[in-house]
Structures are given as structure tokens and as C-alpha cells.
Design a protein around this ligand. Structure first.
Ligand code: SF4
Length: 361
């Protein structure tokens, strides 16, 4: 009977070492070779590494157990330097990820689920409904593709793609443990952000891990419960005061802050008294507010604010002594902005050839 596979992208270095020890009485030396070849050199066929060339019978045993699963990038769409890419999973479902260039490095925005169950009214992904959670290797695979398929210098990872990460929390936590491993992707928690629509039990569970370096972003989008419940069904279960209580207990590093996302929607949450209510809500929190002008989705019920309306709301918040930044959603034209990731088949395609590395299938 075939044994359970060793899924390479699901394990950090210590876990892989333990597994090699348990199965083959090998360990650190060969785990280090696999991590070096796959994560540092981007080679998905490590058989030619000296550690395995010199130990052919072991490689044969290992090879029959080891799974290095990467899923193909089937489409890419590009706007300026922002790239949205679609990955096809083994069951044929597709997920989207976005590479956003920054001054000296890139950020990759990754998905944690196929679709989403949370039903936020302004969100493109919500129209898909929930299909399934991503596995750890499917989450890690998106970062690996960004780094080795598109050959970009990925430093930051944000869980802001398709899905609510706290609804797939065990796999998100495990994937963070994999991505921060210095022998592997080497992306420390301070460069990782998890974004939630406000699932209080999930926030409390992360708080218990006591990871003050990890960044938490909360998609708030409303100044009061009435508006928030009308935009985000999650608010009917965990209203704003309950959410704030959980945020007040979230561990943070010295000088750290929560990120509060506020998608500004014309005539919905953009009035003067909304700015005041929002400021009152935020006052007890150590938080930075990101103001994001709404991007219209297909057949949207809502309108984007004009640049003048956005500036006016921003000004009101500054008057209320709120630390606020206006964030443009890079990649709006390719539906790669906030809340706009959805199966990309309908998007216009980009035919520019990404640079393939030799070892990528
Ligand atoms: S905004 Fe986030 S949580 Fe809400 S439906 Fe969209 S993907 Fe899900």
C-alpha cells in the first residue's frame, strides 16, 4: 500500500526533517538540500543535487514519497507593472493572485479560498459563493509562482485575495509557519498581513498565538452598525463594538498598529457625520486607516466616489485627528483591486510572456 505522500510545500524545515527521520532515518542534511534546491534555487527537480546524486537508493525511496506540487499559471493580465495571475488547481478550479510592485520590492496578494462565504455586497469574489478552502501547498504555491515564475522580488505577502483567511485559519497559520522559515521563502511575519472582514473568533485565535509581528488588517467599511450590516452580513453576528473589543486585545509590537480598511462608496458611507462616527469608533484603537475609493465591480449596485469626494472625506478624517492614508487600488482596470478578485476568465488577457525558469514545469 502506498504511504501518505510528503507534501513538500506543506512543511517547514523542522517538520520536513522530522518526517525524513521518521521514514528513512535521514534528516537535516537532506532536508537542507531540498530546501536549498527548491526554495533558494527555484528547482523543482532536486534529484541532481549532490546530496542525492551520491545517494541514489535513498533518492529512489524519497522520490516515491515526495510530492512537490505546483499548479500551472494559466493566465496573466497586466496593467502597468501590476500583474494578476490565475492558477489552475488539481481539481480544475482557479484562483487569482496579484503582484503589486513597490519601490524596492514587490507585494503579492494571495487567495486563501476559492470563492468566499461572507457575502460582502460590494465584493466581486462574493458573487462566486464559497467553493472550498485552499490547502497549505496551494497557498504557498502562489508565492512560489510569483517568485520563480514571474521572477520578481517578493518581500511582502498579504492575504487579501479571494476568500476570508480567518475562515481557513488552520491552513493560513500553517502556511505562515512555512513562509517565514528562513531556509525557505524567508518572509518574516512583519512582512505578512492577514486581512479579515471581522471574524471575531478568528481574531481571538490569532491573538492567542501571540504573534505581535504579524500585521492584521480589518475591512471595516462603515461608520456604524446599520450601514455595516447592510454592506457586510458578518456584522449582524459580530457587530462593531464586539469587533473593537477583540481588536483592543490583539497583541501588537511596540509602535505597531492595526490596519483598518475603509472602502469609500458614494452616498453610502462618505458623509460628514460618517467621518465623525468613524473617528469616534477608531479613537481607542492603535490603528492606521486606509481609505480606498470603491472600484466598481461588474453590475455593481454601488458607485465610486469622485476624486473630490474622496479628498473631502479624507480631509474630514484629518480634522478628526485620524491617521489616514488614501490607497489607490492598483490594477483596477484588470479587476485586481480590493474586493475585485474573481475568476478571471472574463478579463481581457495579457499575452506578454512571463520569464520561465528552467525547472518550472
Ligand atoms: S470582501 Fe473579503 S470577506 Fe468579504 S466577500 Fe469579499 S473576499 Fe469575502
Amino acid at each position: 500500500m502506498k504511504r501518505d505522500p510528503i507534501k513538500f510545500f506543506e512543511l517547514n524545515f523542522l517538520e520536513l526533517t522530522t518526517e525524513l527521520k521518521r521514514r528513512f532515518n535521514r534528516g537535516h542534511y537532506h532536508a537542507a538540500a531540498l530546501f536549498r534546491e527548491i526554495y533558494k534555487k527555484g528547482k523543482t527537480d532536486p534529484s541532481r543535487a549532490p546530496e542525492f546524486v551520491n545517494s541514489k537508493s535513498f533518492w529512489k525511496q524519497l522520490h516515491s514519497d515526495l510530492e512537490i506540487n505546483l499548479y500551472p499559471v494559466t493566465r496573466t493580465v497586466k496593467e502597468k507593472d501590476t500583474i494578476k495571475f490565475v492558477t489552475r488547481l488539481s481539481d480544475g478550479l482557479e484562483i487569482e493572485s496579484v503582484i503589486v510592485p513597490m519601490a524596492t520590492h514587490c507585494t503579492v496578494c494571495i487567495s486563501s479560498q476559492v470563492g468566499c462565504a461572507m457575502g460582502c455586497r460590494f465584493c466581486e469574489t462574493a458573487t462566486m459563493g464559497f467553493i472550498r478552502n485552499l490547502t497549505v501547498e496551494e497557498i504557498i504555491g502562489q508565492i512560489y509562482s510569483a517568485r520563480f515564475y514571474f521572477c520578481v522580488n517578493i518581500r511582502n505577502v498579504v492575504f487579501m485575495g479571494m476568500g476570508e483567511p480567518l475562515n481557513n485559519l488552520d491552513n493560513v497559520i500553517r502556511s505562515i509557519r512555512v513562509m517565514e522559515d528562513q531556509r525557505g521563502l524567508d518572509i518574516p511575519k512583519r512582512y505578512i498581513s492577514v486581512s479579515t472582514c471581522g471574524l471575531v473568533p478568528g481574531i481571538q485565535k490569532i491573538a492567542k498565538l501571540n504573534w505581535p509581528q504579524l500585521n492584521l488588517a480589518v475591512s471595516l467599511n462603515a461608520p456604524n452598525d446599520r450601514i455595516r450590516s447592510s454592506l457586510m452580513p458578518v456584522n449582524s453576528i459580530w457587530p462593531m463594538l464586539t469587533l473593537r473589543e477583540a481588536l483592543l486585545n490583539f497583541p501588537m509590537k511596540k509602535n505597531g498598529a492595526l490596519y483598518i480598511e475603509y472602502v469609500l462608496i458614494k452616498n453610502i458611507n462618505d458623509q460628514r457625520d460618517h467621518a465623525h462616527q468613524l473617528a469616534q469608533y477608531l479613537k481607542p484603537l492603535k490603528a492606521k486607516l486606509n481609505l480606498i475609493p470603491y472600484n466598481s465591480r461588474r453590475q455593481s449596485l454601488f458607485l465610486p466616489p469622485s476624486p473630490g469626494e474622496t479628498s473631502r472625506f479624507l480631509y474630514w478624517l484629518v480634522q478628526e485627528n485620524i491617521f489616514v492614508r488614501k490607497r489607490s487600488s492598483k490594477g483596477q482596470d484588470i479587476m485586481a483591486g480590493c474586493g475585485q478578485l474573481c475568476n478571471a476568465q472574463r478579463s481581457r488577457s495579457y499575452n506578454g510572456p512571463p520569464k520561465l525558469i528552467q525547472a518550472f514545469p
